[in-house]
Design a protein around this ligand. Structure first.
Ligand code: G4P
Length: 293
């Protein structure tokens, strides 16, 4: 399945009901859940029903794509989760960075009571079973591939699509359910939806592409002014509107159409693409102080 399809998934109430049922059935089979979220949008990329969906299963939060996020902000998020009594780890499932800490962190924190019980009952040989949950495009397949150490088929992201369950044997006497739970993001909250569109987690046609890029430029100017300066050699000012900013970027890139007008659509596509691929630097779109607890 191509990623363009993933981005256009529509979550209807029927899909959500099916997803809830599928997750409820699978969660009974595992000892722990790894919840993948995007380190650039840790709140918006979380499923709004995650707590009830995972019930009381031991859970670890993985802040994925930390290679694209602001390292200081990621540290602040790990601290934030710690205060909420949630174990969180920063990982990069593309390169595999941080993934070797996953099982030791699980076993020494949320799974410790189970490990202690098993050791008391002489059952240390029993495998730990785990499943992965997360919104489309957050990196679930990449994580499975890294954990399993081989290239596996792309996870089917369409809600309701079923496949034969398989357990992937990992090191450390762990087994992974080869079928992650695909959750819906916080798209009902307008500002969360915009941040998800910035990262490409949801379709960027929730707004026209130029409006989206203008909003991103305003955010970057306020929070990461050097990123624009360094990438585009453009000097933005506090008085600039989002449109002015987009024009400045377009002009610096020579995106001019006949009549000398700036091709703001091309400029918008460039800004969004370059942000998503990390060319504007490591940027986080929401900080713990702004997030809802
Ligand atoms: P999903 O199963 O949750 O839908 O996500 P998947 O693993 O397919 O990852 C979606 C995209 O995000 C992929 O990029 C993948 O490479 C990228 N990705 C996953 N984890 C990370 C990470 O930690 N850092 C970065 N920078 N990217 C990550 P793609 O462009 O769709 O494919 P490709 O570049 O791998 O060919």
């Amino acid at each position: 399945m191509e990623n363009t399809d993933i981005k256009t998934i529509q979550w209807f109430p029927g899909h959500m009901a099916k997803t809830r049922r599928a997750i409820a059935a699978n969660i009974k089979l595992v000892d722990a859940v790894a919840e993948l979220i995007d380190a650039r949008t840790p709140m918006s990329s979380r499923n709004p029903e995650i707590d009830s969906l995972t019930a009381s299963k031991p859970r670890i939060v993985l802040l994925n794509k930390c290679d694209l996020a602001d390292p200081k902000a990621t540290e602040a998020w790990v601290e934030y989760f710690k205060k909420e009594n949630v174990t969180a780890l920063a990982v990069d499932c593309k390169s595999g960075k941080g993934i070797n800490k996953l099982m030791p962190a699980l076993k020494s924190t949320v799974l410790k009571p189970l490990m202690d019980k098993r050791s008391k009952n002489g059952m240390t040989g029993a495998p730990v079973r785990m499943m992965i949950l997360g919104i489309p495009n957050v990196g679930k397949s990449s994580l499975i591939n890294k954990l399993a150490g081989s290239k596996r088929t792309k996870v089917e992201d369409r809600p309701g699509v079923t496949r034969v369950k398989q357990w992937v044997k990992l090191r450390d006497n762990t087994e992974l359910l080869d079928m992650p739970g695909v959750l819906w993001p916080k798209f009902e909250d307008q500002s969360a939806a915009i941040r998800l569109a910035f990262t490409g987690a949801i379709s960027d046609d929730i707004l026209d592409i130029e409006t989206l890029a203008m909003k991103l430029l305003v955010y970057l100017h306020e929070n990461y002014p050097n990123s624009i300066r360094e990438r585009y050699k453009a000097e933005l000012s506090d008085d600039d509107s989002g449109f002015d900013m987009l024009c400045k970027v377009g002009k610096k890139r020579g995106m001019i159409i006949s009549g000398g007008e700036i091709n703001t659509e091309r400029a918008a596509i460039t800004v969004l693409d370059e942000f998503r691929s990390g060319k504007l630097g490591r940027i986080t779109l929401e900080l713990p102080s702004e997030g809802e607890a």
